[in-house]
Design a protein around this ligand. Structure first.
Ligand SMILES: Nc1ncnc2c1ncn2[C@@H]1O[C@H](COP(=O)(O)OP(=O)(O)OP(=O)(O)O)[C@@H](O)[C@H]1O
Ligand SMILES: [Mg+2]
Length: 291
């Protein structure tokens, strides 16, 4: 673990919590009034949370994959989600990102944006980035070109031929390359990267869009131990600046990165707390961790 990266994440989170407590958030704070409406494109996290799910349910052919699920994530938090196969973890991400419509319940981004009113593409544009399990980088393009493309696609630049990186964007690209440990590989074809490096590149592509909330589904599956350790380091460096929801089955990885762990089972929250707390919970042992 690189202590400076870890400290940076912790420091950003502490700054955020500090501001929230004193009511001096970047967007005006609680003191600015109850009826305050977030400005266009702004996510209102003055009440502390960046994501709220309340009583969300969805059925597929009569089977309740998500069942009265309620959950919220604090701004800047790194939340881990664990639970048995079929618990509804991926389906929950499908609902947040607009891929699946729930039958009932509410899903809010900050306290004012009702995500159920938006399409998948709009939700991505608002600042919710999603990483699927399989890396989906453009194999024939270089690392640099993949990152550049992520920026173009996000900004909706119709004619990419005329797109030139501004100096701010070049700085951002350099910063992201460093963050994802690929600064020495920018001219390498993505297809030649290891599985872990491809995963980092895809995370980098999401970071180019400066997402407020990142949803990561089994990000370390198939990684070597060393790649897993570096990914833990990467996520710790992102928390505070971004909010993260990480679904994983790898318990040693969860142990390294987690603050609060939520256990999903049968489409709703079975338990929540520190990893130590949920690991000691009889119900969690029964359905997931085993004896
Ligand atoms: N589009 C769909 N149509 C029908 N059934 C679905 C659909 N999406 C998910 N399901 C079902 O919903 C349940 C929850 O699946 P989900 O993929 O969310 O579980 P998960 O917690 O991500 O599991 P895993 O740990 O194996 O990835 C499963 O029984 C799955 O078969
Ligand atoms: Mg899944």
């Amino acid at each position: 673990m690189t202590p400076d990266l870890q400290d940076l994440g912790a420091q950003r989170l502490a700054e955020h919590v500090d501001r929230s407590v004193s009511g001096q958030t970047a967007s005006g704070g609680r003191n600015s009034g109850f009826a305050r409406i977030a400005q266009d494109g702004e996510v209102d996290t003055t009440h502390g949370a960046i994501l709220y799910l309340e009583d969300v349910s969805v059925s597929f052919d009569g089977f309740k994959a998500i069942n009265k699920l309620s959950l919220d994530i604090a701004a800047g938090e790194l939340r881990c989600i664990i639970g048995p196969n079929g618990a509804g973890k991926t389906t929950m991400m499908d609902i947040i990102t607009g891929k699946t419509r729930p039958d009932e319940g509410s899903v809010f981004f900050g306290s004012t944006i009702d995500l159920l009113r938006y399409r998948e593409a709009d939700i991505a544009q608002m600042g919710i980035g999603r990483k699927f399990q399989k890396p989906t980088v453009f194999e024939h393009l270089t690392v640099f070109e993949n990152l550049e493309l992520a920026l173009k696609t996000h900004k909706g630049v119709a004619s990419s031929m005329f797109f030139k990186l501004g100096s701010g964007q070049s700085d951002r690209l350099a910063e992201v390359l460093h963050t994802i440990h690929l600064a020495g590989d920018l001219t390498r074809q993505a297809g030649t990267l290891s599985h872990g490096q491809k995963q980092w590149l895809e995370i980098g592509m999401l970071l180019m869009q400066d997402p407020k909330l990142l949803l990561l589904d089994e990000p370390v599956a198939g990684m070597t131990d060393e790649e897993t350790a570096r990914t833990a380091e990467l996520f710790l460096s992102l928390k505070g600046k971004h909010s993260l929801m990480v679904v994983e089955h790898d318990m040693s990885f969860i142990k390294t990165i987690s603050d609060i762990v939520t256990v999903l089972c049968d489409g709703s929250v079975l338990a929540q707390g520190t990893l130590e707390q949920v690991q000691a919970d009889e119900r969690v042992i029964e359905v997931y961790l085993g004896r």
